[in-house]
Design a protein around this ligand. Structure first.
Ligand code: GRF
Length: 220
């Protein structure tokens, strides 16, 4: 074991949580530089909460319906998260938009994974929209979260070439496979001190990151 304290990570999910599972598996490796200290969801029945419980990780449900408005929900969620003293918050399929106050509270300490090559295809239904637009390339992006939806500085992208035979389902499967690589990798870069946020600028290995790191799909 290294002497450094592992980075404390809280993950937010709304659904399946397969990206969460990739993080849980990576954090379970010997000498992993980070630990998942809690998982929170806006959905009581999110499969991701179950994955957390199975792994012995604190699983919290914060119910939007029991809060007066969006900012009250955001504040409760932020307070719950803060009680775990996180170094990093990862949005991994968290389907609610978090307000500017929430984002400011965790500025530079929040990542999101989005299933497109940002800045293209922000928002929902990316695989369908990519096919409809006749794109030849697609992928996923991990980026720091800012108040602009899917708009914060990108850190790394996973790219795939689109085949004529691709469907929404095949794109979803191929993009997900890449997400399981780039998300744990990004958390590891932060946990090992190689990647930092400095006042809106992303620093990697002491240099300013001018364009996202890139991993291409390897096909047999
Ligand atoms: C992923 O495609 C991620 O990019 C997006 O939501 C999806 C979550 O999938 N933000 P899962 O819940 O991790 O399986």
């Amino acid at each position: 074991m290294s002497d450094a304290r592992p980075l404390r990570v809280v993950v937010l999910v709304s659904g399946e949580g397969t990206n969460l599972q990739a993080l849980i598996d990576a954090a379970a490796q010997p000498d992993a530089p980070y630990e998942i200290v809690a998982v929170a969801s806006d959905k009581r029945d999110a499969r991701g909460l179950e994955r957390a419980r199975t792994a012995g990780i604190a699983a919290l449900h914060v119910d939007p319906r029991s809060h007066a408005d969006r900012s009250a929900f955001d504040r409760s969620l932020a307070d719950e998260i803060s009680s775990f003293s996180p170094d990093l918050i990862v949005l991994a399929g968290f389907m609610r938009i978090l307000g500017a106050e929430f984002v400011a509270r965790f500025e530079g300490r929040m990542l999101n994974i989005h299933p497109s090559l940002l800045p293209k295809f922000k928002g929902l239904d990316t695989h369908r929209r990519v096919i409809e637009a006749g794109e030849r390339e697609h992928g996923a992006t991990v980026h720091f979260v800012t108040a602009e939806l899917d708009g914060g500085p990108p850190v790394i992208q996973y790219r795939i070439a689109i085949d004529d035979s691709d469907s929404e389902e095949s794109l979803s499967a191929r993009v997900h496979a890449g997400e399981y690589i780039i998300l744990p990798h990004t958390v590891e870069l932060i946990a090992t001190g190689r990647l930092q946020w400095d006042n809106g600028t992303v620093i990697i290995d002491d240099e300013m990151l001018s364009k996202p790191l890139r991993i291409d799909e390897q096909r047999a």
